[in-house]
Design a protein around this ligand. Structure first.
Ligand SMILES: Nc1ncnc2c1ncn2[C@@H]1O[C@H](COP(=O)(O)OP(=O)(O)O)[C@@H](O)[C@H]1O
Length: 176
């Protein structure tokens, strides 16, 4: 059986990456392992330090990439992270960038208990489409897809659409 693709799901924090990844892992036509990269970094202590001011970890990217490389080689992976430019271009078969209206995003981050400064920073990043630009400058345009993640209907249709893409990808792998 063909191994599964490597799908990067990225977007500003709160856009719905983990929600999409969990549903996709459940509904995918081929088994996919969901790696929440932020959690992975914490669990495996792949960071240099904890930044108190921003309440985030400064990731040790070299160690992170070494750690993920064997999993990527196996395939069948969802990499869920708020940034994507650190990953080697060859890793990704598909890069999904989730987008959300900034007032909705603000509410989601507030509900998460983020400090105001962090909400403002992320909100601004979403308005300026920082993650989308990052994805577009790091990967071939044909593998980058921008999807709206504002409501449950978006969530369901996005996951169905990515599932359809996986089915085609598998067929292409078999015939090549
Ligand atoms: N498409 C969506 N429609 C409605 N709520 C969503 C959607 N995507 C995410 N959410 C909600 O927004 C919050 C943040 O989602 P999450 O998946 O944790 O975001 P991320 O992983 O990008 O930080 C959660 O409460 C989740 O239920």
């Amino acid at each position: 059986m063909a191994k599964g693709p490597v799908i990067v799901i990225t977007g500003t924090p709160g856009t719905g990456k983990s929600t999409h990844a969990a549903l996709l892992a459940n509904e995918s036509p081929v088994p996919l392992r969901h790696i929440n990269v932020s959690e992975w970094v914490k669990e495996r202590e792949l960071y240099e330090k904890y930044d108190e001011e921003w309440q985030t970890y400064t990731v040790d990217e070299d160690r992170l990439l070494d750690d993920l490389e064997p999993l990527v080689a196996e395939g069948g992976l969802i990499l869920d992270w708020h940034t994507c430019e650190a990953f080697p271009e060859r890793w990704a078969d598909l890069v999904v960038v989730l987008r959300c209206d900034h007032t909705k995003l603000w509410e989601r981050l507030e509900a998460r208990g983020y400090p105001l400064k962090k909400i403002q920073e992320n909100n601004e990043a979403e308005i300026m489409q920082v993650v989308l630009e990052e994805a577009r400058s790091s990967y071939a345009p044909e593998i980058v897809v921008e999807l709206e993640s504002e409501n449950m209907e978006n969530l369901e249709s996005n996951v169905t659409r990515i599932g359809g893409w996986i089915t085609t990808w598998l067929k292409n792998q078999e015939s090549s």
